[in-house]
Design a binder for this molecule. Sequence first.
Ligand SMILES: [Cu+2]
Length: 509
Amino acid sequence: MGLSRRGLLTAGLLLPVGGLAYYPLRGLSAADGSDAVEAASPLGLADDLANPPEIHASDGVLRATLRMALQDVTLPGGATELRNYGALPGPTLRVHPGDTLEIRLENRLPPNPDRGTPVMNTPNRFNSTNLHFHGFHVSPRGNSDNVYLEIEPGQTFNYVVQLPDDHPAGTYWYHPHRHGSVAAQVASGAAGMMIVNGTLDEVPEVRDAVERILVVQAPIAVEGGLIESMDSIWELTAERDFLINGQYRPRIYLREGEVQHWRVLHAGDAQFLPFTLDGLTILEIGRDGNPLDEPEEMTEVDLAPGNRVNLMVRAEKEGYYELRRPAFNQGIQALPEVHLADVIVLPADSDRVDSSIPMATALPSGPLPENRILTDITEDEIVAQRQFVLGTRTVEGMYKNMTFTINGEAFDPRRDDVVAKLNTAEEWVFINETPFPHPLHIHVNPFQVVAINGEPEEYKHWQDTIAVPAAGTVTIRTRFTDFTGRFVMHCHILPHEDLGMMLNINIEE
Ligand SMILES: [Cu+2]
């Protein structure tokens, strides 16, 4: 369908108005004294990529309303209707360790057309929702980060999420997590960034740099409007419109010699996002919720759906550059190059940027601060080893007559797949028997990546989402601290999750 529209696009007729939010911000509201910050370019330029609007905690509490509703938008791929928080993306929620989030989730979607009992592990009830706080080390119970809740159309639910005083500082995100409708809703752009400010932000070179938020989303324009079936998003190669902060191919400005701190979130539903920015210097300083041990210079940064990265980006020379995803193979499927953004480096003394806006020029070096509770999990701390085989199974009558499985089983909310003790640590091996990668995400507790394809990792980084290579393996270690209760581990290619690649972990006293 997209040919004629894409033709128009090439002619420049559908290019977004730079600097302004591409879509209206209907779903955003900060309540009861929490501070709201408007979307704005960090350099104050009208045609520069704006950071999304933010809501900040005040006096230790962040209160906000997220309104899940239908949104009419015109994407580059065509006019369509999305289910999201009223904007692409939702507002950034900014907190500190020890803060409490009080989030009122209003489900304003219309009634579900399918009202019978859903068949588990088939896509269903696309208008039912809930909320997940991806990467947060918080309780999975009650009205905290509890993904077993179902908030039906017309219902409102009040989440209260208490961050521990020693919560790691980093970049996180929120999105719906109701099994059966996760892919449809995240592929509609229902997501926003969460930032826990702390250790990494105190590094002088990071503190002094202009901070950019880049929320990458990849919604699909569906002919006739709303996604009513998984069919429109099922194919990995389905044509997605890659947006950054809701803008298609935005402009991103720096000044010659300037160093900026970029927080990048991959909030897409299925395709991986390796990206390059040739001509600029890129240091990776953090991944998911945690600083690296020291800055690492990158020519290509790899993000699976769900991953976040902190980058220090230095503009070496005035000129025009491109943020690109190169063409690559995701397992057995070839995916095309994507031109994500134009990057424009102005002269250092450009009068387009107000002189009151600070210009950092130093890159961090040497060891980065650790998040202090994330101490290495040693061999003698491990009380159990487990294996998880990732696969698929033919099951007649299911969507595409298949389920995605872990150890041969598709998700069953009644079954405890892992039962473990609080304050113990375990080593887990993921064995991928399929010809495509699966980014595994574990809720509540981050994990240390120990080995990939049997090769020990020199530096065992803490993450919450790790791509298990096609026909490959990943070994992790995880420590269950602070919180008892049930939560999930699943593939963050969200159609795989909806089709069963998820299991339950129950942490007992
Ligand atoms: Cu998967």
